[in-house]
Design a protein around this ligand. Structure first.
Ligand SMILES: NC(=O)c1ccc[n+]([C@@H]2O[C@H](COP(=O)([O-])OP(=O)(O)OC[C@H]3O[C@@H](n4cnc5c(N)ncnc54)[C@H](O)[C@@H]3O)[C@@H](O)[C@H]2O)c1
Length: 396
């Protein structure tokens, strides 16, 4: 199998910290040819570190390199611009989350990928984490019965949160209710070097067409784990015959169903193996009285830490789609749906808790605001892809 030529565009926190170290571990699949960043220092530093060629704009990158795949890790407002440009150049795309900041810019990206017959995968990483892949197996094996409610309190929010709620509900979202509140905090810089001067808090309640519901509480400060916020999260999935609380799986013994129906907690075990000096997760397994549920790590031959597995999974998803001419696992349609849910929640909060129903059929005020502030800040309309690729999008 010939290797795919890949370039990373946007060597910032996510690109340099999470993507580049994983790309170079997938040596049998990818050949990292270039690192592109509008910030020359970043482009040069990471290109040198990983033995690739530096570029400071995507036009030069495309003019000089023969790329199969591009990994886009520029800020979210720039995703559609870089992705549309790359699609026009016939390069397959893995793009960081969210797919794009609004639905019109998302649709622009999807249309251009389709028109140019290029594959488009979005780097949604939460459901790909080993723990979540394992819990998906537990739910599929009917251990807790039909999922009724999902609580994710003080965990991830935004499109990541929506993605997890949709996955766990196993249905199509029908409506979203959002409550938002913004309060001041003393100026802080979090562990990921993000700056915060206010706490943008939200509560989301989503209904699904299979009667499941989901509740999420989130804020930027909770996500940052700063100021003591969100130090203990609640992740609970209530099913018709059991519950998952964090990693504990509660099931009730048959002979106790009529005498309290108290659930007994079972905890999965992790097996690890050594690969080139890295402690690699081999499987996660749950022994129950009547069955064993096991998730096997399909990437166990690579020296990947547990945190790197989701990123490797995304990179493999786009590689498999390109090599076999199939669709990527998550893909643009689900990414669009997760962003639609995220936008609906904000819109509901902005409209004083009005319940929003799916699908969204018109441009929301939330998106109009995003488009307007983009134009004000950058001096061109958000749909202007040519101007977008030459714009420096600073760190927030
Ligand atoms: N999946 C996750 O868990 C996760 C976590 C963090 C960030 N992200 C996503 O990753 C992306 C990057 O976030 P970040 O925190 O690394 O941002 P960042 O600001 O640290 O890095 C972005 C990089 O893009 C470069 N850049 C800006 N405009 C450019 C242009 N026109 N052409 C080329 N390079 C340009 C910047 O110089 C910078 O180095 C965002 O989409 C963000 O939402 C995802």
């Amino acid at each position: 199998m010939s290797k795919l030529n890949i370039a990373l565009v946007g060597a910032g926190r996510r690109g340099s910290g999470a993507h580049l170290p994983v790309i170079v571990k997938l040596k049998d699949i990818y050949n990292l040819v270039a690192v592109c960043d509008i910030d020359e220092e970043a482009a040069t530093r990471y290109a040198k570190q990983y033995g690739a060629t530096p570029y400071t704009n995507v036009r030069d990158l495309i003019a000089h390199e023969d790329l199969d795949v591009v990994d886009i890790t520029v800020p979210g407002v720039a995703h559609h611009a870089v992705a549309c440009f790359m699609a026009d150049a016939g390069v397959h795309i893995l793009c960081e989350t969210p797919i794009a900041v609004t639905l019109p810019t998302t649709d622009l990206m999807i249309e251009r990928a389709k028109a140019n017959n290029v594959k488009l995968e979005i780097a949604e990483n939460y459901y790909r984490a080993p723990r979540e892949r394992f819990l998906s197996k537990v739910i599929e094996a009917d251990v807790i019965g039909e999922v009724a409610r999902i609580y994710r309190i003080f965990y991830e929010g935004g499109y990541h949160g929506m993605s997890m709620l949709r996955l766990r509900a196993g249905g199509e979202p029908t409506s979203a209710l959002g409550i938002t509140q913004t309060t001041p905090v003393i100026p802080i810089i979090d562990r990921m070097k993000r700056h915060h001067t206010s706490e943008r808090w939200s509560l989301g309640f989503i209904e699904f067409d299979n009667n499941a519901t989901a509740l999420m509480v989130y804020s930027n400060v909770i996500h940052a784990r700063s100021l003591g916020r969100g130090q203990t999260g609640i992740s609970q999935i209530d099913g018709s015959k059991g519950t998952i609380v964090g990693e504990d799986i509660y099931v009730t013994p048959a002979d106790e169903l009529e005498s309290g129906a108290k659930g007994i907690a079972y905890r999965p075990t992790r097996t690890t193996i050594d690969v080139d000096g890295v402690d690699v997760i081999e499987n996660i397994s749950l022994e129950l009285p009547d069955q064993t549920v096991t998730w096997e790590n399909p990437l166990k031959n690579y020296p990947l830490s547990e945190g790197q597995i989701a990123v490797a999974d995304e990179l493999l998803s786009i590689a498999t789609a390109v090599l076999n001419d199939t669709e990527p696992e998550y893909g643009a349609a689900l990414a669009r749906q997760d962003q639609e849910m995220n936008i609906a929640m904000s819109e509901s909060g902005n409209r004083s808790k009005e319940t929003i129903t799916f699908p969204l059929t018109a441009l929301t005020e939330t998106e109009r605001g995003t488009h307007e502030s983009y134009q004000q800040q950058h001096g061109h309309p958000i749909e202007d892809v040519e101007a977008g690729i030459d714009t420096f999008f600073p760190r927030r």
